[in-house]
Ligand binder design. Structure first.
Ligand code: CTP
Length: 213
């Protein structure tokens, strides 16, 4: 299969030295890409800025910075993909104005005007067709209810939920504790596993769900 994976944070620049972003390191997304390659798939990785080395044997690697660039890249690669795994932590807002030179603090003022970024999954939903879409939901409260709502709202085939406040789960760790939710299936909670093992289990579940079709 051709699998498209997005990973890492996006950065939304205010000026050449300042940006809005989040705590994503890209580890989970890179582990997904690696597990998919190991399972014999052809993998394209679209990545926001990370300090990670892209896995070997990718079909293609596309570094991006902002949510708008990530949307462009997803739209470009999606037509040839059988499945999309949206691991990226896309910034929901960007500054309304981006300065092309460094601003002095007086120029920025004390409030920053933001505009919403597109929801990438929502924007590409009309192109979904037969494709299998996996989303991620990093939550701090009401984890399963929020993930179930996102599964439905975003029209996903599988969502990977995690409580990022739990020790051993979430950002900047090498382990994760996730629950897999699919429409009309009981939730499957995996034990604390390395991100590599978690990724293998997610790819295996995705393959199993696609087999059922
Ligand atoms: N996502 C996306 N485009 C965005 C934001 C999120 O495609 N602009 C994707 C993420 O990659 C992830 C899923 O949507 O797979 C859920 O992300 P999350 O940030 O939890 O969703 P939001 O819609 O931003 O929900 P919330 O109301 O919790 O901010």
């Amino acid at each position: 299969m051709q699998i498209l994976v997005t990973a890492g944070p996006t950065r939304e620049f205010i000026d050449p030295v300042r940006f809005l972003s989040n705590r994503s390191t890209g580890k989970m997304g890179y582990a997904i890409a690696e597990a998919a390659i190991d399972a014999g798939h052809s993998v394209t990785l679209i990545s926001g800025p990370t300090f990670l080395q892209p896995p070997e044997h990718l079909h293609a690697f596309r570094p991006v910075v902002s949510a708008l660039e990530m949307l462009d890249a997803v739209q470009q690669f999606l037509p040839v993909a059988d499945a999309l795994v949206m691991t990226a932590a896309v910034a929901d807002f960007r500054p309304a104005r981006r300065f092309d030179r460094k601003c002095h603090k007086g120029e920025l003022g004390s409030t920053l005007e933001l505009v919403p970024n597109p929801d990438i999954l929502a924007a590409i939903r009309p192109l979904k067709e037969h494709r299998f879409f996996v989303g991620f939901a990093a939550e701090t409260n009401d984890v399963l209810a929020s993930a179930a709502e996102k599964l439905h709202r975003k029209g996903l085939d599988l969502i990977v939920a995690n409580d990022v406040t739990q020790p051993g789960a979430g950002f900047e760790t090498d382990t994760n504790i996730v629950t897999l939710l699919a429409p009309n299936a009981t939730a499957e909670t995996l034990p604390m596993l390395s991100k590599a093992e978690t990724a293998q289990r997610i790819i295996a579940r995705m393959e199993a769900e696609m087999q059922k079709r």
